[in-house]
Structures are given as structure tokens and as C-alpha cells.
Design a protein around this ligand. Structure first.
Ligand SMILES: Cc1cc2nc3c(=O)[nH]c(=O)nc-3n(C[C@H](O)[C@H](O)[C@H](O)COP(=O)(O)O)c2cc1C
Length: 199
């Protein structure tokens, strides 16, 4: 058996949703992963994200939970994803609040989302952060630099213009395409520069 293949032959991706604006991005990533039977999503939603989901989307918490293959309470620090022995392909934190970025940068793992990120770093697995704040303070930038130096991939949800987005959905698709590209997951509608006829 290959090292990175799980018992049921599914690749596991941890999705952490924290309380930054952009809950829709986390939801859309969960919906995308559902289309790929070879991937399994393991979701942890912070208390902050519970609030942003309600404030920013039409989803109830239970609807988001039902999009994932497995969902953990942020309080459950003994869950499987809290251990490096539980094999995963890595973790995406989308959206990533500045508080969560600070917690990971300092190794302050007082909830399951932070602990899973800490484990992802110590196991040298892929960690993708989608931080959202504007403007960014020097504290935020320092923490993001530390995380980048530790190997995390920082993918802020920045608007793109070259693909001529016609809607927020187009903007979201482009960002989601960039995030999941790091795990070689193809996103429908993600336009790559130089590969599509529309340019
Ligand atoms: C509607 C709403 C939007 C927010 N947007 C952001 C944001 O874009 N970036 C951020 O860092 N924090 C944002 N916050 C604040 C975080 O939710 C707050 O700092 C929280 O403690 C983060 O905790 P968590 O990382 O454990 O989810 C927002 C809060 C609310 C209620």
C-alpha cells in the first residue's frame, strides 16, 4: 500500500473553518470535495466560524456539517485529526482568521482546529491558509510570514481580474481553484492562464 493512501483508499483532507469573513469559500470547498469519491473531508468549525456562517450565508450549521464526510467539535482535542498518526494529505484553513493564524504561528493549540494545524506542520504535511483581513497589521503580517517560513502556503482570497469575472461566484471559483490546485484537485470553471480560449 502507498504511504499516503488510507485504509478505504480515500485521501483525507482536513478543512478548518475559522471566524474570518468568507465562510462561503469553506462551504464551496466542501461541496467541491463531495464530487471527488477518492477524497474524504474532515471538517472542524471554530466557534467564530459558527457565527460567520450564520451572518454571511444562508446555511445553517447543520447544513455545513452535512457537507463533510466527518465533522469534529473544536473542543474535541482528542479527535483523530489531533494526532499525527492519523494519516492525511494535509489541511486547508478557509477562511483563516487573524486569531487562528496567530494561534498556529505560536503553537498555541487550545482548540482542535489549531491542534490539527500544529500536527500538520510537525508532520511536514501540506498546510494551506486562506487568511482574510484588510488592512493587515504588522502583527498579522509577522504571523503570516512565520507561517510561510514554516512551509504553510498562504493563499489570501484576492480578487483576480485577468479571467474577467462576471460574478462573485466567478471570483470564488478562481480562489477555490487556486486552493485545491495545491492538492491537485481540479475545480470546474477554474481558468488557467494560457490554457483557455477566452483570453
Ligand atoms: C461577521 C464577522 C466577520 C469577521 N471577519 C473577520 C475577518 O475577516 N478576519 C478576521 O481575522 N477576523 C474576523 N472576525 C473576527 C473573528 O471572528 C474573531 O477574532 C474570532 O475570535 C476568531 O476566532 P477563531 O479564529 O477561533 O474562529 C469576524 C467576526 C465576525 C462576527
Amino acid at each position: 500500500m502507498e504511504y499516503n493512501v488510507t485504509i478505504n483508499n480515500k485521501k483525507r483532507l482536513i478543512i478548518g473553518m475559522s471566524g474570518a469573513s468568507g465562510a462561503t469559500l469553506g462551504i464551496e470547498i466542501l461541496k467541491t470535495l463531495k464530487k471527488y469519491p477518492d477524497w474524504e473531508s474532515h471538517l472542524v468549525i471554530s466557534k467564530g466560524a459558527e457565527q460567520t456562517i450564520l451572518e454571511e450565508t444562508n446555511y445553517k450549521l447543520i447544513d455545513v456539517i452535512n457537507l463533510a464526510d466527518k465533522t469534529y467539535s473544536p473542543k474535541d482535542i482528542g479527535a483523530s485529526i489531533a494526532s499525527g498518526t492519523f494519516r492525511t494529505e494535509g489541511m486547508v484553513i478557509v477562511p483563516c482568521s487573524m486569531k487562528t493564524a496567530a494561534g498556529i504561528a505560536c503553537g498555541y493549540s487550545d482548540n482542535l482546529l489549531l491542534r490539527a494545524a500544529d500536527v500538520t506542520i510537525k508532520e511536514r504535511r501540506k498546510l494551506v491558509l486562506v487568511p482574510r483581513e484588510s488592512p493587515l497589521s504588522t502583527i498579522h503580517l509577522r504571523n503570516l510570514l512565520s507561517l510561510s517560513e514554516l512551509g504553510a502556503i498562504i493563499v489570501p482570497p484576492m480578487m483576480s481580474y485577468y479571467n474577467k469575472p462576471a460574478s462573485i461566484e466567478d471570483l470564488n471559483t478562481h480562489i477555490i481553484g487556486k486552493i485545491l490546485d495545491k492538492f491537485h484537485i481540479e475545480v470546474n470553471g477554474f481558468n488557467r492562464w494560457g490554457e483557455n480560449a477566452i483570453y
